[in-house]
Write a protein that binds this ligand. Structure first.
Ligand code: ADP
Ligand code: ZN
Ligand code: ZN
Length: 769
């Protein structure tokens, strides 16, 4: 009897695909193995078996399809001997797919490294080895051979070197039982200084043979050195004990510790404890915070028990880490970014999510739009006894609320290590200064004098501007013409170094026009300040400063990013200009002044999270000042010094920030009191997307009433030639969310039956950031 399997394919379509399993392959099919399958007319995909065996309703009682008998295609091949997923991983895929309303095929695409998603994707690395042929594993034959070769003295020399490398000291010891050490061809050539030709000659004479052998890409690393763990001070010890206590009563615990309080050192102690209990640890950081600094610190303690999983690593390396995690001796500690949550864990005991407030834990595009913090918490709950620790100096509203409600444990660490003072934050009202024409470009006199003094004392400076490029837009001074992106509803950003305009939404670029296309004026100028322009002006004002810039444009490669950090920490550069990138977990010794050039652009961003994000950004950036030895100074330039959130940053007053914002969130029905779901509709034609938005909106209102808002045009209402509408759902806590999802799908399916909406793209963003 034919058996069938339900298979996940890498397609953005709901549900599984059913295939028949030929008898010859039955013994190798189980949930979690990869199979290749035919799809459509000519495609072949690598899928993952989700369920096997499954029952197929037979054609007679399948009245939905009438009398037409469905035939299922056979799978082509089974690609694995054992499952590449453990049951927990498959369960996590399902949770993500359900909760975030993303097809499971999209989850599959996000979860596996590419090498595992293609039939011939991953190639093990092989090396060429060389060995004495069996014929000459006899003392006599070998000696005779060598005598006869005397004229080819170079070959003899190479052969003798080979024998030495293989561990043969005396030729007359050789017997067919002699164990030869393996020697690579490269090793032989290096030691004997021989050319490939000489080695080849020996192979042609049948004295040596070559063979290939798989070698791993993963470096072994040093053995672990727990003696490198730093003893905790009193406050840290107290926090450590509190964490263990809180973990006894909670699955998730939040460590709220000011910057530089030594959270990392506490994590290291907790990791060691988990390892002593023979458990594995997953340590998640935002991609950008995964610097040399943190990896070296962990390596120095955990050595070869630490694996690092990072998008800048080669795909082949990621495949090898994946495979290693399934075998007998997996890495015990995985340090990684968002996607590390998908790695297989056999005995997970602890998940650490550092900088838990970071937005980049949420994947925006493409689907699945999941939050790695939520996914990691769910993952930990699948392992008996496993706990999650969230750490940050500025908790997200959601996490802090959960902690206050006692849903999460809460531990607060208010003292910096060695009691280094928090920086002094000075507000500079630039509205007034602009009016009195006292600004030099974007710099206030106070900021310039602080920078000058710091540089004079051989200290370092960080300037923060949350906009890359030279100018956010250019403009014709005669007629007001502003170049816009042809594909999106945004103006183009001017990049002076490369002399082009670019769209930060779709990547479209064009040359800067010499004259205005409307009025032919040549007076086209940039407006506003990006990091590139800040750099230009700073170089003019402080020609002696060693200036570096860190933003997306200067860090396209991993090396460039690490070099900028190294140069700054060794003092090769002493003034660093950057976007939010500079706020992420960097620990510099000599930064005495931090300048926040313009707080207002963040505060005015049209989103309910603008204050939350601004508070966090300003606090984190400020935290870079004065980390060792003396109090740092932060100059915070703003046009709205009266805003409470500015005062809260100045006084490092998280509690007031949190309680003020909580009132507002409650009043306007936002998280953490309500769960948000955004529904996005996209179509080339604005009329189509408009009527689709109205129709879906009214269908949803029939079901959900005033929980539905919109459709509205988002701030940028056209991206990549697609017009966008957004519907917002505000769902009260405690609502039956699985049912909500059913209704949402139902409403959408009903609408999509309309032929006009054939090319409509619709997707959900659950818990949007
Ligand atoms: P956080 O993660 O809270 O910002 P870190 O863990 O990076 O703080 O600690 C800040 C600095 O203080 C680091 O250079 C760290 O090595 C040092 N430090 C913290 N705790 C200790 C300790 N117990 N012993 C020695 N150095 C410590
Ligand atoms: Zn013009
Ligand atoms: Zn664009």
């Amino acid at each position: 009897m034919m058996t069938y399997a339900n298979i996940i394919l890498p397609l953005p379509l709901e549900g599984y695909f059913t295939y028949a399993i030929p008898d010859t392959m039955v013994s190798r099919v189980t949930a979690g193995v990869r199979v290749s399958v035919p799809f459509g007319k000519s495609k072949i995909y690598v899928g993952v078996v989700a369920e096997y065996p499954v029952n197929i309703p037979n054609s007679s009682d399948n009245n939905r399809l009438g009398s037409k008998k469905i035939t299922y295609k056979n799978i082509i091949n089974v690609l694995d001997d054992t499952s590449v997923l453990l049951p927990q991983q498959l369960k996590l895929w399902h949770w993500i797919s359900d909760y975030y309303m993303s097809p499971i095929g999209d989850v599959y695409k996000a979860a596996l490294p590419s090498g595992l998603k293609e039939e011939y994707g991953y190639r093990p690395r092989t090396e060429l080895y060389i060995r004495l042929t069996d014929n000459f594993l006899h003392e006599r034959t070998l000696s005779i051979m060598i005598d006869s070769m005397k004229r080819a003295s170079k070959q003899v020399e190479v052969l003798m070197t080979y024998l030495q490398l293989a561990g043969v000291d005396e030729i007359d010891e050789i017997t067919p039982d002699t164990l030869l050490r393996e020697v690579t061809r490269e090793e032989l050539m290096n030691v004997s200084h021989a050319s490939v030709g000489v080695v080849r000659a020996l192979v042609e004479r049948n004295i040596l043979v070559t063979y290939e052998k798989e070698v791993g890409r993963l470096n072994g690393g040093n053995p672990p050195r727990p003696q490198n763990i730093k003893p905790l001070n009193e406050a840290q010890t107290e926090a450590y004990n509190q964490i263990l206590l809180q973990m006894m009563g909670h699955n998730v615990t939040l460590l709220h510790g000011v910057t530089s309080s030594g959270k990392t050192e506490i994590y290291i102690h907790l990791i060691q404890k988990a390892l002593n209990e023979h458990k594995q640890v997953l340590y998640l950081l935002p991609e950008i915070a995964l610097t040399i600094q943190i990896t070296e610190r962990l390596k120095s303690v955990f050595g070869n028990r630490l694996g690092i999983y990072h998008s800048k690593y080669s795909d082949a390396e990621r495949v090898e880490i994946w495979q290693k995690q399934l075998l007998d001796s997996p890495y015990d500690v995985i340090l990684g970014a968002r996607s590390a949550v998908f790695l297989p864990f056999q005995r997970l005991g602890l998940v650490i999510i550092d900088e838990e407030h970071e937005q980049s834990f949420k994947q925006q595009d493409p689907a699945p739009r999941y939050h790695a913090r939520s996914a990691a918490i769910v993952l930990a709950q699948m392992y008996p006894g496993a706990k999650t620790l969230l750490g940050t100096a500025t908790p997200s509203m959601e996490s802090y609320y959960n902690a206050k409600q006692d849903k999460y444990g809460l531990v607060e660490l208010t003292r910096r290590y060695k009691d280094i003072q928090l920086p002094k934050i000075e507000i500079v009202d630039i509205k007034d200064l602009y009016r009195r024409k006292m600004m030099t470009g974007p710099f206030s006199p106070r900021l310039l004098s602080a920078v000058r003094e710091a540089l004079g004392r051989d200290e370092q400076v960080i300037l923060f501007q949350n906009r890359r490029g030279f100018a956010p837009m250019i403009e014709c001074r005669q007629c007001g013409w502003v170049p816009k992106c042809p594909n999106c509803d945004v103006s183009l950003t001017y990049h002076k170094n490369m002399n082009y305009l670019s769209c930060h939404y779709c990547g479209h670029t064009m040359k800067v026009p010499e004259v205005c296309p409307c009025c032919e004026s040549e007076d086209i100028r940039g407006r506003g300040y990006g990091t590139e322009k800040i750099e230009d002006e700073i170089r003019n004002i402080f020609p002696e400063a060693r200036v570096a810039r860190m933003d997306l444009d200067t860090t396209r490669t991993r090396n460039a990013y690490e070099r900028l950090i190294t140069d700054f920490s060794t003092g090769k550069s002493n003034l660093l200009i950057g976007t939010q990138m500079i706020s992420k977990g960097l620990d510099f010794d000599k930064v005495s002044v931090v300048g926040i050039l313009n707080a207002d652009s963040m505060l005015n961003y049209p989103d309910f999270r603008a204050y939350e994000h601004s508070f966090m950004m300003m606090s984190q950036v400020s935290g870079r000042a004065g980390r060792k030895g003396k109090q740092g100074l932060v100059i915070l330039q703003t046009k709205s010094p009266e805003l409470p959130v500015i005062q809260q940053v100045v006084h490092n007053d998280y509690q007031s920030f949190y309680s003020d914002l909580l009132v507002e969130r409650h009043e306007f029905r936002y998280p953490p009191f309500y769960r948000l779901v955004y529904v996005y509709l996209k179509h080339r034609d604005d009329n189509t997307v408009n009527s689709a938005g109205l129709e879906l909106g009214s269908r949803l209102r029939d079901i959900f009433g005033d929980r539905v808002l919109g459709p509205d045009k988002p701030a940028v209402a056209r991206v990549n030639t697609l017009n966008i509408r957004k519907i917002m759902l505000k769902l009260e806590n405690g609502i039956d969310y699985p049912r909500v999802r059913q209704y949402l799908r139902g409403a959408l399916d009903a609408m999509l039956k309309d032929k006009r909406y054939g090319a409509l793209q619709v997707y959900y963003d659950v818990d949007p950031l």
